[in-house]
Design a protein around this ligand. Structure first.
Ligand code: NIG
Ligand code: ZN
Length: 425
């Protein structure tokens, strides 16, 4: 007796799980089951087969998918979910051509969100993050990463990490916390970056003991932290048992990709300016290149990350929203899938692998998330589309019909109910 049977699935998307991310040509393989059915017991996938076979099975609930698409729950491996305030005033600065790093250097950008976040209570941060998280879920996300990084002092960083813990307790989705205390240099620490990093690394033990973060990340960029500062900081984190992530080569080609690979980081993120050498090293290793085309789009740039070169040379690529209040203000991972098709020239198969299994590898969750198989958590999305290629193709809207985590329905689209017009007079 199944708790739930889905039948008449037009295309069931089943990305391949390996003990490392899919690389290069492997990313073109996207196994699909046609006329499929899936049985769920106690929140786990208990059976996968054909719709015809499922007809005789007993189940508490049966859902007719009507030939549409079912995929694993999407995985968003790079978000800055917890912050206060918003920065719409920066739009006109951007339109006036003031670069992102210049706004930051003038004390705006990340630093203006830092002031707002310092002044917000834990409850206020939780309420705002919950709002954004619910939106992410509505777009089909059931596993995500969430970073701190808008505190840049012990109290506020820990406050953000505690809010991520509360989100984990409040929502039946999987959230992977990352400590990004090294997100910017606070004005009072300008010129004393190494000392500031010591201050942040002094928090590692407390964070580890209280299981407040799985990963440590750093913004390695011109005017923020150098390669050498980043290497030293991340090495300490690694020695303490954290997984590593790097905001790498977003704007200038500093060698962040090379750094991430040399430290065995789980991911190098952004990579818009990654060098040929950096791409070569990614291709030879399993550090996932987490690409954020929404950020390039939102910053109004023409030069996108060289995803084609990365994949063609054999690297593992994942995609994320980078949801944050300054450089990419969207919770919509489906929109990122469209940008990946249009701006990164990725195929639909590569895109799906990038928001499922490879995204899960980038945050250490590939054994639990990113594909569907017997014994795995039943995290899946029912999509109101005729085929998997349709989602990147029809952009800017929400194609999710129902979102499930561990067999539980988290979100359901409300259909158009019609408007009662008063009779014409
Ligand atoms: N580049 C650094 N950090 C974020 C942006 C954060 C912000 O602007 O508030 C990013 O990944 O894009
Ligand atoms: Zn980021």
């Amino acid at each position: 007796m199944y708790d739930l049977i889905l039948y008449n699935i037009g295309q069931l998307i089943l990305p391949v799980f390996k003990d490392r991310p899919l690389k290069g040509k492997e990313m073109k393989e996207l196994p699909l089951k046609a006329n499929a059915a899936m049985g769920i017991i106690e929140g786990k996938v208990a059976w996968l087969g054909s719709s015809a076979e499922a007809e005789s099975f007993k189940a508490s609930v049966r859902i007719d998918i009507k030939g549409k698409v079912v995929s694993p729950g999407l995985v968003d491996p790079h978000t800055h979910l917890v912050f206060a305030g918003s920065r719409e005033h920066e739009l006109s600065l951007k339109q006036a051509g003031i670069p992102y790093l210049e706004i930051l250097a003038q004390g705006g950008g990340i630093l203006s969100t830092v002031s707002a976040t310092k002044n917000a209570s834990e409850e206020e941060l939780l309420e705002k993050a919950s709002f954004h998280l619910e939106r992410m879920i509505s777009f089909g996300v059931t596993t995500l990463e969430a970073k701190s990084g808008y505190g840049l002092d012990a109290d506020t960083e820990l406050k953000q990490l505690r809010v991520i813990q509360l989100l984990k307790e409040n929502y039946p989705v999987s959230i992977v916390p990352t400590f990004l205390g090294a997100h910017a240099v606070p004005p009072e620490w300008k010129g004393k970056e190494a000392l500031f990093l010591e201050e942040m690394s002094a928090l590692f033990d407390e964070i580890r003991e209280n299981r407040l973060a799985d990963f440590v990340d750093i913004f390695c960029e011109t005017g923020v932290f150098t390669i050498e500062q980043s290497r030293e900081y991340l090495q300490i984190a690694k020695d303490k048992g954290f997984g590593l992530k790097v905001h790498a080569d977003e704007i200038d080609p500093l060698g962040g990709a090379e750094l991430a690979v040399s430290l065995g980081a789980a991911s190098a993120d952004h990579l818009v300016a990654a060098s040929n050498e950096g791409i070569k090293r990614l291709a030879k290793n399993s550090t996932v290149a987490v690409l954020l085309p929404g950020t390039t789009f939102y910053l109004g740039k023409d030069q996108f990350a060289r995803a084609r070169k990365m994949i063609d040379e054999g690297a593992a690529v994942a995609l994320a929203t980078d949801f944050n209040p300054g450089s990419c203000v969207t919770e919509n991972l489906q929109m990122i899938m469209s940008l990946a098709a249009l701006k990164l020239k990725m195929s639909a198969e590569e895109i799906w692998n990038s928001v499922t299994i490879n995204a899960a590898h980038a945050i250490g969750k590939a054994k639990e998330a990113g594909t569907l198989d017997i014994g795995r958590s039943a995290d899946f999305v029912i999509w109101d589309v005729p085929n998997y290629q349709y989602i990147p193709y029809h952009f800017g809207v929400n194609h999710a019909q129902s979102v499930f985590h561990a067999g539980k329905n988290l979100w359901e689209r409300i259909d158009y109910r019609g408007i009662q017009l008063s009779p014409a007079r």
